[in-house]
Write a protein that binds this ligand. Structure first.
Ligand code: AHR
Length: 500
């Protein structure tokens, strides 16, 4: 197969915001306890946080980190996680059928974010709690001084406010599994009421209303319309969540998951803009894709059915998916989709970060390592700079059971005026694809570098026994001549080209 692409610096989509490369840390399984926080581990500091994990998170290049959930937040009392650690209560975590020890809370997590150099995006509990508790939390985090909550924060060791800008108004409130799940009208009113109250404390907040938990939800589309009908003027973003997995060995459709993400984003944009039209509003609401990843969800659903009343483990091994080369190629394709919608998806969070459906894995007392999905994320996060550019593509097609015929190559490009990066996914199962890219508008002169992920065994993965089995590879077929770049993409591959 062949693909011919044309890229021109004038075809801008929008700026590549750092927040597009966010992460997500939930109190879930071994994410926090025995993941990022393991007192006694040889690499842990006196604060109990593993420095080997800190280094990997930095290398991954995550910007904003959403916390503390997820489904967990809908049953969470933020007050349980502040104050003297020894006095904190052990609580049932109903979402994940575990015991929450509260050894890590807001202060500790902010300290960890300072170590990794990332921004906090905080979710409030609108499942079992409401506007009052959200406002009290905001008072605790953002008010400089002079009230009980601000003084409590100072007494707990932090004189200076946290100054948190991004807030999620609950989590997946459309999902029947969510504690406090409600319909779109009830949630829309609650989100509006909570946002208004929070803005009475701090006008500079960026607020995210819950969109659908997925494009497959029966209320998808109508949920966004009704919620925004109530809350359009009060919020800055509506969220999107999407998890992909290979079904019944259909790798061809799985590789084209980015096509589904494109449709998802474009459907939500259409719905948001419909509400804007009806409201005659000049304000634009953007999309926060605040959960996306590959997740073999059915494994968790089977486990969840078997819990008994005496089974409330601390930091159990949950959602510890082991990712293959094929998964990494799909993840690279999802990043291509996000970049191609950088005008409206202005914030996104890979869900999640460590041990739980994560690019980084750890073993208690043992090593930390990169899963296959680590590589496309870290390369894209570092190489995508400046503006996202529209790529004009004339590509052969490949057939999928789920999406019909799709272009054999998915592509995205960014440029900061001095350098250009191009991200490519070859969806062909067995054949290399020859790509020609017309870059004459850039008058490029330097050498091209091409690295990516592919393998003769697309099911290869990294694990405790062989943590370096899969890594980035150089593609030495890339050639640049008279502004035309050619490269051979191996079957089932993801590649990043950088042109100085
Ligand atoms: O990321 C795992 C879970 O997926 C989150 O807790 C929830 O929001 C979503 O359903």
């Amino acid at each position: 197969p062949r693909a011919h692409l044309t890229i021109n610096p004038a075809f801008t989509i929008g700026p590549v915001r750092r927040r597009l490369f966010g992460g997500f840390v939930e109190h879930l399984g071994r994410h926090i306890y025995d993941g990022i926080h393991e007192p006694g581990h040889p690499s842990a500091g006196p604060d109990g946080f593993r420095r080997d994990v800190v280094e990997l998170v930095k290398e991954l290049g995550v910007s904003t980190v959403r916390y503390p959930g997820g489904n967990f937040v809908s049953g969470y009392n933020w007050e349980d996680g502040v104050g003297p650690v020894a006095e904190r209560p052990r609580r049932l975590d109903l979402a994940w059928h575990s015991t929450e020890t509260n050894q890590v809370g807001l202060h500790e997590f902010q300290h960890w974010l300072d170590l990794v150099g990332s921004e906090l995006m905080l979710a409030v509990n609108l499942g079992t709690r409401g506007p009052k508790e959200a406002v009290e939390l905001l008072e605790y985090t953002n008010l400089p001084a002079g009230t009980a909550r601000a003084e409590q924060r100072a007494a707990n060791g932090r004189e200076k406010p946290f100054g948190i800008a991004m807030w999620c108004l609950g989590n997946e409130m459309d999902g029947p599994w969510q504690l406090g799940h409600r319909d779109a009208t009830d949630y829309g009113k609650l989100a509006s009421m909570t946002a208004k109250a929070m803005r009475q404390v701090d006008q500079n907040l960026e607020l995210v209303a819950c969109g659908s938990s997925g494009r497959g939800m029966p209320t998808f589309g109508e949920w966004e319309r009704v919620v925004l009908n109530h809350a359009y003027d009060d919020v800055d973003y509506i969220s999107c969540h999407a998890y992909y997995q290979e079904h019944d060995g259909d790798l061809a459709s799985f590789l084209a998951s980015g096509v589904d993400m494109d449709t998802y984003i474009e459907s939500v944009v259409a719905t948001v803009d419909h509400v804007r039209t009806v409201k005659r509003s000049s304000k634009r609401v953007d999309l926060a894709f605040d959960e996306w990843n590959i997740w073999y969800m059915s494994r968790w659903q089977e486990k969840a059915r078997t819990f008994t009343i005496d089974e409330w483990p601390v930091a159990p091994r949950l959602l510890e998916d082991r990712y293959t080369v094929a998964d990494a190629v799909v993840l690279g394709g999802l990043l291509i989709s996000l970049l191609n919608h950088a005008d409206r998806v202005t914030s996104a969070n890979l869900a999640q970060l460590v041990n739980v459906i994560a690019p980084i894995m750890t073993e208690p007392g043992g090593p930390a390592w990169r899963q296959t999905t680590f590589f496309p994320f870290s390369v894209t996060s570092h190489a995508a700079r400046g503006d996202a550019l529209r790529v004009l593509a004339d590509a052969d097609e490949t057939t999928t059971a789920t999406f019909g015929s799709v272009p054999v190559v998915a592509a995205a490009a960014t440029s900061d005026g001095t350098g250009l990066s191009v991200f490519l996914q070859n969806r062909h199962l067995t054949e290399a694809t020859t790509v020609t890219i017309d870059l004459r508008a850039f008058q490029p002169t330097g050498a091209v570098s091409a690295q990516g992920i592919w393998d003769t065994d697309v099911r290869a993965a990294n694990d405790l026994r062989d943590p370096h089995r899969v890594g980035l590879r150089n593609n030495d077929t890339a050639r640049l001549s008279d502004g035309l770049l050619t490269v051979e993409l191996p079957p089932v591959s993801w590649t990043a080209l950088t042109v100085p």
